[in-house]
Design a protein. Structure first.
Length: 246
């Protein structure tokens, strides 16, 4: 069983990192692969209440890889941590299968209570570099979290989230004919909600300017009409004045 999982971890690297050249390279030079090996040992010790030994293994792993995974965290299969430096996964975090994490990702808690206080990441989720997912929230399967985002609310499945705080800007899912989700590693090509808002405001301003031009045009026509009527009234007054003087 353990060898099967290790083979799956190596295969996940080849599927999601075009820089990988060989199995030996992955086994010897990929900290994201190494940290999963350490975590399996640490988690095994943690479940048997050998917590101090588990934390020691986790500490050694962090020193060697730059990735900190609490031994109590539950990590699924075929998880890929690319580059990995600065990744932090808290004690009660749950990471599903086929999840991709980039450098600087934090799955952190927001409470001092001992219960569930870290996020749950469902299958096929991608979390971009520097993103933070905070609190006991759930990120739905096959979602993407944009680089640098801070997510504090639950995210439905098949969503794209960007911003601080993170907002859902797109809800769609792409799948292969077999039904398996398509892994989209382009976590930089994301919608910009600020640009969208500004574009909507500019469109509204343009609409108001057009309406203002129409109103000004109508007002000009009315002023011209009033001027003509004023001239006719003035001529009528002059005629009446001249008739009275005769």
């Amino acid at each position: 069983m353990i060898w099967k999982e290790i083979k799956e971890d190596i295969q996940a690297v080849f599927e999601r990192d075009p820089a990988a050249r060989s199995t030996w390279e992955v086994m010897l030079a990929y900290p994201g692969f190494h940290v999963l090996l350490f975590h399996r040992v640490a988690h095994w010790l943690w479940k048997r209440e050998l917590t101090t030994f588990a934390r020691i293994v986790s500490h050694i792993s962090r020193f060697l890889t730059g990735i900190e995974i609490h031994p109590g965290a539950r990590i699924g299969r075929r998880v890929f941590i690319d580059h990995g430096m600065g990744v932090v996964i808290g004690e009660t975090a749950e990471v599903g299968n086929d999840v991709t994490l980039y450098q600087g990702v934090s799955l952190a808690g927001t409470s001092l209570e001992r219960g569930k206080r870290h996020p749950t990441i469902e299958d096929w989720v991608l979390i971009g570099a520097g993103a933070a997912v905070l609190g006991p929230i759930t990120i739905g399967r096959h979602s993407r979290i944009g680089a640098g985002s801070v997510v504090v609310n639950p995210v439905p499945a098949h969503s794209t989230v960007v911003g601080i705080p993170g907002k859902v800007v797109k809800e769609e899912g792409r799948h292969q004919p077999s039904g398996r989700p398509i892994v989209d590693l382009d976590h930089a090509d994301l919608p910009d909600p600020v640009t969208r808002a500004l574009a909507a405001l500019l469109k509204h301003v343009e609409h108001l300017e057009n309406r203002l031009d129409e109103v000004s045009s109508r007002q000009g026509s009315l002023e011209g009409k009033f001027a003509e009527e004023g001239e006719e009234l003035q001529r009528a007054r002059e005629l009446l004045k001249n008739g009275a003087s005769q």
